[in-house]
Design a protein around this ligand. Structure first.
Ligand SMILES: Nc1nc2c(ncn2[C@@H]2O[C@H](COP(=O)(O)OP(=O)(O)OP(=O)(O)O)[C@@H](O)[C@H]2O)c(=O)[nH]1
Ligand SMILES: [Mg+2]
Length: 424
């Protein structure tokens, strides 16, 4: 069963701004005419109620949004990159794999979250004309689109979950009380992925019910289908614990004990979840005897006697479950201090730390608050500090930006109060 998926996402890069000139042939000084690059596409995740598993994404290593096209002459914008919307099932949690931060918890139909923001397109040279320089050779590069490693986890969103050993009749129960059509058969592990359905009571109340693959001894350590789906059970408000009373295959008292031990072994909070204990297959001729034996072991336990086959006793179970679910919902409401937290990932576009301006022939200026602050703190007449400073500028990409803008060996570069020589 696939409910944990790793995925790389890369939003589109912004297109580079254009360096272009108006009527360049006949009017060499016709002014800068380069348009902006297009924005890179974003990556969104949205609830798709037609999806019930993450299987579709299993072999998808990475998802990429479109890059923005470069700006063009005549001040024309480059085309924006295409957004990507990834449809995922209800109950999908999206984490940043690098630090495990929860980026989004998709719990409502229709929910849609922006996970990776495309880079903004770079500005064309038309934006960089100043009184002193009406022919800027510089245009901004596009911003790099955000890239992230994600971990997707699906946790089923059901109010109630049917649990028990294999073949006790969980799927049969689900098929009787909802429109779900799970596979039913008399061999163990017929159900390998939870099925989900909606129970509608005659009084218009209702809840979401899921059957689970059968649990066996050692499930909490991974035996059988083990761990994989125990995580789903954590999200259920109520557990409907189904026991097979036909006595042909199982000893229900033992089963009951083992299952509870496995729940606690996986997560102590599972032990505390309200449970409705259901004695199924009461239509079987020996069921009465088996039930008597069970009751001797657990005299104080409320047991609902049913037959999923003949539908006997089913409504009582549904009403009892509904009752418990409503209580759980109320308790959640009371415990909720602030309005429910909706986790939406906020992307802060990274502003470039500096810009480069042409200041006339072979003369450039680096405009940057950050670099100015740096300059004010160091003594550039000292060789070691000057060397350190040059290395910092290079690391910040200043050299490359100057070169891209057209600076060549020996050009003057104004940085803060200093004038330096450009070295390619
Ligand atoms: N006699 C009788 N048989 C039942 C009853 N409920 C289910 N069965 C039978 O028990 C067998 C197993 O039923 P399932 O509903 O597939 O059991 P499950 O608990 O979902 O099993 P897994 O998916 O393998 O964990 C099937 O042959 C059913 O027809 C019942 O109330 N009475
Ligand atoms: Mg089943």
């Amino acid at each position: 069963m696939i409910d944990l998926v790793k995925l790389h996402v890369k939003a589109g890069d912004g297109g580079r701004g254009a360096v272009a000139w108006r009527h360049e042939k006949y009017y060499p000084n016709g002014g800068p005419f380069g348009g902006d690059g297009g924005d890179g596409g974003d990556i969104w995740f949205a609830v798709d109620t037609n999806e019930t598993t993450l299987t579709k994404l299993r072999f998808t290593r990475s998802i990429k949004a479109g890059n923005g096209a470069p700006g063009m002459t005549k001040k024309m914008h480059g085309k924006s990159g295409e957004d990507v919307i990834v449809g995922v099932p209800l109950g999908t949690m999206i984490r940043n794999a690098a630090n495990n931060d929860l980026l989004a918890d998709l719990t409502e139909p229709g929910q849609k979250v922006l996970i990776a923001h495309g880079g903004r397109g770079g500005l064309g040279n038309m934006h960089f004309a100043t009184a002193r320089n009406d022919a800027p050779e510089y245009a901004q590069p596009g911003e790099i689109g955000e890239s992230l490693d994600l971990q997707l986890e699906l946790r089923l969103l059901a109010d109630a979950g049917l649990i028990g050993f294999p073949s006790v009749g969980k799927s049969t129960f689900l098929s009787v009380v909802t429109n779900a059509k799970p596979e039913i058969a008399d061999y163990p592990f017929t159900t390998i992925e939870p099925n989900i359905g909606v129970v509608s009571l005659p009084d218009e109340r209702g809840f979401v019910l899921a059957d689970m693959p059968g649990l066996i001894e050692g499930a909490s350590e991974g035996k059988g289908l083990g761990h994989e789906f125990l995580r789903h059970i954590r999200r259920c408000r109520v557990l409907i614990h189904v026991l097979d009373m036909s006595g042909s295959e199982r000893n229900p008292a033992e089963d009951y004990e083992i299952i509870n031990k496995e729940l606690a072994g996986y997560d102590l909070s599972l032990e505390e979840k309200p449970q409705i204990v259901v004695a199924n297959k009461m239509d079987d001729e020996y069921a009465g005897l088996v039930l008597e034996e069970f009751k001797q072991k657990y005299p104080d336990l409320k047991v609902y006697e049913i037959s999923a086959l003949t539908h006997e006793g089913i409504n009582e179970v549904l009403y009892a479950a509904m009752e418990q679910i409503e209580q759980a919902r109320e308790a959640e409401e009371e415990n909720r201090e602030a309005p429910e937290e909706t986790v939406v990932y906020r992307y802060e576009p990274k502003r470039p730390d500096f810009t480069v301006e042409s200041q006339g022939p072979r003369r450039w200026k680096v405009v940057s608050e950050k670099i100015n602050r740096l300059v004010s703190e160091i003594d550039l007449d000292r060789d070691d500090e000057a060397y350190q400073f040059a290395a910092t500028l290079q690391k910040m990409g200043v050299d490359k930006a100057l070169y891209d803008a057209g600076a060549r060996n020996g050009d003057q570069v104004i940085v803060g109060d200093y004038i330096m020589d450009f070295v390619e």
